[in-house]
Write a protein that binds this ligand. Sequence first.
Ligand code: PGA
Length: 308
Amino acid sequence: MHITLRQLKVFAAAARHLSFTRAAEELHLTQPAVSMQIRQLEENIGLPMFEPLGRQVDLTEAGRTLHDYVQRIDEILAEAEEVFEGMKGLRRGHLRVSVASTANYFATRLLADFSKQYAEVNISLDVTNRETLLRQLASNETDIVIMGEPPSDMDLEAETFMENPLVAIAAPKHPLASDNSIPLKTLAQERFVMRERGSGTRGAITRFFERRGVKLLTGMEMGSNEAIKQAVEAGLGLGIVSLHTLELELETGRLVVLHAEDLPIRRHWYMVHRRGKRSTPVTRAFHDYVLAEAERHVRLPADVAELS
Ligand code: PGA
């Protein structure tokens, strides 16, 4: 198979646009030049990569397969470039960080500080839930992920850097708010506002109560910590969220942390990347920065800080 990087580049543009004309525009080539490169590629591989679809083209099965490989080749070339930049002692490059939505509260500040020190690093941040983070790790769409404990059956390297206590919260007017020792069974009689399926927080809560044989009464489901806090404040039920999401509400007294038996749920934050992924000076610098600085970016009132 004698395929060239140039043919793959032309193919990638055509596959992205599903149009030879637009691929030609992107690459500043003529449309016949694009068609010729693709014809040669198809002859080299021995299979058609595109099939006509109305006035456009679509990828064949072989085309989709090649597209997957081309994306991987692109990532490896980008990684190689950053490794070479690092060997030249340069502190620039690209850093793709993805964080669990619950970690966003401290992670955004952490990244802002990091980017001040590494002004030439181009950082992209994605904030999403656990399920999506795992998918991004599997498809190598991210360099470093900050999340709750990752599953052991994936090929990942993970390092914990900070505790992540999950606490029960209520509106200050709630009858349990002033109770200093709430048995778990009493808590379980209350209705809880829960995060969406796929959330790491939700998984940890479910396991915690299952292990103790306590059935939690769940009510509304919400797709973000912000929505949960608003709902609890409005009296729609109780909630269990990471203490790290509560800075503002505790400071302003809009929510209180309940003193319940066995709580907080002890969880940890991890830095995670795919096993075998080459580190670059930028990823190493970020890794060291998180280990040294993460705790400084969590801001909690003194009376709950010891839960952390
Ligand atoms: P979540 O993740 O934002 O998906 O709940 C947090 C965690 O895994 O602890």
